[in-house]
Design a protein around this ligand. Structure first.
Ligand code: PGA
Length: 270
């Protein structure tokens, strides 16, 4: 029997499947201690990247390492700042503006990480950070996540509010520059006893997707990437990546161990 030529749509679907990349960001937090060590990590990640076709690997670095690492490795790996100022410029000691980051070639940033929220950032200041970063055309990973779950719906309202306020000053066309990281605070860091389970993550991705569609409309809101962070390791990342809507990982302490990071990347890219 002669083979039928598949319809054009078939090839489009295959092409889309092939180009879909898992986003895996190493959030180094306040690590490592020296630029030398950061350079070693960057080299290691770049080597991992070479063997990880379906993964888009990035690293979020402490401020002093951003410029030298961007300059040396920026073409090979995506570099993220870990935060950005809520102010455009002025008397805000210790702050770094989106314009300043852009001026040294940094086009990506995390905003609203729970560890920064714990240091006093509010939904309102995060809203201004998002606005400033997007005004400079930066790519923003906005972190949201409940502090605890009480067995009722409060965690849902908590995250909905983080999204509503955090994205309040965005424009419809900004969707292309936004990624949402769902990071339940109770699952973050070395003291956390576990990652969220598949059902917990799935429930929240539905809530997040619904909110994104409300804010940006059906097509744009559906195309925004949602990634997961919180005690991700090579043992649980397969399950996490199996959750519908999850298209990447924000890896904290596990990312300091290159062997563990390699395992995570190998398992997580779909
Ligand atoms: P963790 O951190 O993997 O160490 O829990 C994740 C994050 O804080 O982004």
């Amino acid at each position: 029997m002669p083979h039928k030529t598949p319809a054009r749509g078939f090839y489009v679907i295959i092409a889309t499947m092939q180009t879909k990349q898992t986003l895996i960001i190493a959030n180094l937090k306040q690590n490592p201690n020296t630029l030398k060590e950061a350079v070693i990590l960057a080299r290691n990640y770049i080597n991992l990247k070479k063997t990880s076709k379906n993964a888009n690997i990035g690293m979020a670095l402490p401020l002093p390492f951003l410029y030298p690492i961007q300059k040396e490795f920026g073409k090979s790996i995506t570099i993220y700042a870990q935060s950005v100022s809520a102010y455009i410029y002025g008397p805000h000691t210790g702050e770094t503006s989106a314009k300043q980051l852009i001026s040294i070639g940094i086009k990506n940033t995390i905003i609203g990480h729970s560890e920064r929220r714990a240091m006093g950032e509010t939904n309102e200041s995060i809203r201004d950070q998002v606005e400033n970063a997007l005004a400079e055309n930066m790519n923003v990973i906005l972190c949201v996540g409940e502090i605890q779950r009480h067995g009722d719906a409060t965690h849902i309202h908590f995250v909905e509010q983080q999204l509503e306020i955090g994205l309040m000053k965005t424009k419809k066309q900004d969707f292309k520059n936004i990624t949402i990281a769902y990071e339940p605070v109770w699952a973050i860091g070395e003291i956390a006893t576990r990652s969220a389970n598949v059902n917990e993550i799935y429930e929240m991705t539905i809530i997040i997707r619904k909110k994104l569609v409300e804010i940006f409309g059906k097509i744009s809101g559906s195309s925004i990437k949602i990634i997961y962070g919180g005690s991700v390791n090579s043992t649980d990342c397969k399950e996490i990546m199996s959750v519908h809507h999850i298209e990447g990982l924000l890896v904290g302490h596990a990312s300091l161990n290159t062997k563990e990071m390699k395992k995570i990347i190998d398992i997580a890219r779909k």
